[in-house]
Write a protein that binds this ligand. Structure first.
Ligand SMILES: [Zn+2]
Length: 308
């Protein structure tokens, strides 16, 4: 899923192309991509784009008259910049935003249709899409600590929970936790102040560094190679390959359609998180989600406590 660094570079590329230009019209390649009834796509025709910004993991085009087009790319949605009046070719082309100098096209590969567009009128309607997560690059340490500790979750889940922190997903949470040398299954309420500060510093460093790398890679062109797996990542997408810091094989923790990657040497004191007692309890049946994983671990602790 495109995360804060990818989305920031999309925002910058779009600003240079559409800010101050008039949106000629919106075309839909698949009617289901549109998640709202009013305002209609035709209401946007002829209006000027007055802002381009990111809201959590959404891209927002702000148009005259307090009209907003909010695009959620989900996992496989991507944006492309094409010549004016570009055709919506193929079943993956979901929507086109036409401008005098070019066409912004939303595509989604794969068979599942998850990416979506909300067309909204008024800031209040846009705010309803805000999941409320803290913007780590704009927040101080105290605000970060408060958000992180608001609930007791595994670090993997807390970092990727859009209600707690904005713009961080599976890829960059792996990289942040590796940088901070913290286990993805460490619970937020178990962190001491030093660990919270380390995590805060690493969140900002990893997101800032990667935004810079992706910006340099796009080199003022439109970012066409958005992927969750990047050359130069320390652990994410590198299962069984050597950790870039210590050379130990990168481990994985599978859940839902994702996997978390971590280095046991750097992050868990050499311990594999699929520990034998847990595996036996689960009968090698991995949880479908991190929520479920946390519940199972809690249940496991109860069993251990009860039998001891
Ligand atoms: Zn390592």
């Amino acid at each position: 899923m495109p995360e804060l660094p990818d989305l920031t570079v999309y925002v910058e590329a779009l600003r240079t192309r559409v800010l101050g230009r008039s949106l000629v019209g919106i075309r839909l390649g698949n009617p289901f991509v549109l998640r709202t009834v009013t305002p209609a796509p035709t209401d946007f025709a002829g209006g000027c784009v007055v802002g381009v910004r990111r809201l959590g993991k959404r891209m927002v085009l702000a148009c005259e008259g307090e009209l907003f087009a909010a695009i959620h790319l989900m996992i496989l949605g991507r944006l492309h910049w094409r010549p004016p009046e570009a055709r919506l070719a193929g079943r993956n082309a979901l929507a086109a935003f036409d401008f005098p100098d070019g066409t912004l096209i939303l595509t989604e590969s794969g068979t599942k249709r998850r990416a979506g567009v909300h067309l909204l009128r008024g800031e209040a309607a846009l705010r309803e899409l805000d999941r409320g997560g803290l913007e780590v690059l704009e927040a101080d340490l105290a605000a970060f600590a408060a958000a992180l500790r608001r609930e007791n979750h595994t670090l993997k889940r807390a970092l990727t929970d859009p209600r707690l922190l904005a713009g961080i997903g599976n890829a960059y949470s792996d990289e942040i936790l590796h940088r901070a040398r913290l286990s993805p299954l460490q619970l937020t309420h178990n962190l001491d102040d030093t660990e919270v500060e380390t995590l805060y510093r690493c969140c900002r460093a990893v997101l800032t560094e990667w935004t810079g790398r992706l910006r340099a890679e796009a080199a003022n062109g439109f970012p066409e190679h958005v992927t969750a797996f990047r050359e130069g990542m320390a652990v994410h997408g590198r299962y069984s390959k050597p950790c870039l810091i210590c050379g130990s094989p990168v481990q994985r923790l599978a859940y839902a359609e994702n996997e978390a990657n971590y280095c046991a040497t750097c992050q868990t004191g050499g311990r594999l998180l699929a520990d034998r007692a847990l595996s036996r309890l689960l009968r090698d049946d991995w949880p479908r989600s991190l929520v479920e994983l946390e519940e199972q671990r809690a249940a496991h602790r109860e069993i251990v406590r009860g039998s001891g």
